[in-house]
Ligand binder design. Sequence first.
Ligand SMILES: Cc1cc2nc3c(=O)[nH]c(=O)nc-3n(C[C@H](O)[C@H](O)[C@H](O)COP(=O)(O)OP(=O)(O)OC[C@H]3O[C@@H](n4cnc5c(N)ncnc54)[C@H](O)[C@@H]3O)c2cc1C
Length: 395
Amino acid sequence: MNLQNSQATAAQAHWETLAQAAVAPFADQIDQDARVPAQVISALRQAGAFASGFAGGFTGEFASAPSGDPLADPSDARTAALDHGHMHQALGAASASVQGVLNVHHMGGSALAKWSSKAQKSHWMPKLLSGEICCAIAMTEPEVGSDISAVQTQAQPVTGGYELSGHKAWITCGDFADLFVVIARTEAGPTAFLLPRETQGLRIDPIEGMLGCRGYMMANLHLEAAFLPEDHLLGRPGFGASHVAVTGLEAGRLNLAWGCVGLAEAACQLALRRAKTRQQFGTAIGDFQLVQQLLARMATDIHAARLMCQSASSARALRQMDAAKQATMAKYFASQMVGRVTRDAQQIFGAEGIGANTPLALYHRDSRIMEVIEGTTQVLESLIARLALSEVSIS
Ligand SMILES: Cc1cc2nc3c(=O)[nH]c(=O)nc-3n(C[C@H](O)[C@H](O)[C@H](O)COP(=O)(O)OP(=O)(O)OC[C@H]3O[C@@H](n4cnc5c(N)ncnc54)[C@H](O)[C@@H]3O)c2cc1C
């Protein structure tokens, strides 16, 4: 399936082929088993998906970024950022769950790449980029959601490091990741740590029965005096929410927006085919102007979201001042857009759109997740408005 009407780059074709051949055939199984099968993970690993978005793009040449910044080479940064977006778009069309796994890996990895010491970088990044280990990010707690600056998980200084105690909730890949970027409170405030899965004192409880994105392999994490050595501190104490988590969220919002574009495109393709083939009142339903209205809205909505993603990816690559604002706007728009598009696609399918085991039912359930994660719609509205207000000076 050609995901865009514009010319596809080689990298775009690479991700599209991978997603359709190695991921899409497993979408139903992933939804039923609430797990991404090992063969899908293995195909993603071999294709370089775990390295995408870091320096060197999908070739995974992390060594070319001495500063550890994911986009350190400005000459090809824009192409790499767009290629990375196209990967999330292609995966979003194939399986929103798989897109989410790669998203949290990139969120945690981006935070690690930006805020880690040289020693931490050389220890962890090659493993992350090869896909030998999968990374995730644990901010949310039972009593702490949108306001991550209020984290209650405690990090107590002890000889040689810290002991972490508390609970993390709703963690994507909690039941799969090998390494968590976790935010816990020290005297200095919310602080980021690197929490390997095998840490003693970490208990992982898988979450079952999610509405959508069931292959996120969600879990709650329970920390009981879990000891982390000093060199597992990530960034400065007190920087956990304001810097480390924000780095992850900025990456994640844009990835998610691209994923929403892919998911919406897949739903729209089904609706277009149905509009051309389903006959009622002696003609194809696509001949009815009210069905055309639905299709026109869907196509325009998707196009707008895609342009926002392209612009935000360029801004991120070129380190424009408004890059974070653009990523936030793209996520804000695309996560609502995908809800409208999947609902309208279901409408075009009539009764067949409501059947429980149809692709559209899965798209619809998956799309419901997008307005909650990486900042809810309401929280992003506040953020965008505050950023816009800050740009105006009244003399
Ligand atoms: C599928 C899924 C995957 C997730 N993955 C992860 C993960 O990998 N890591 C992680 O740390 N967390 C993860 N989360 C948690 C997610 O980040 C939170 O659910 C999200 O931040 C919202 O927090 P909350 O659910 O506690 O809602 P709350 O913060 O309690 O918000 C409840 C309602 O109040 C509104 N609200 C809150 N604050 C404001 C405000 N200032 N202005 C206006 N309205 C407001 C919200 O918009 C929402 O409608 C995941 C959640 C889901 C569902």
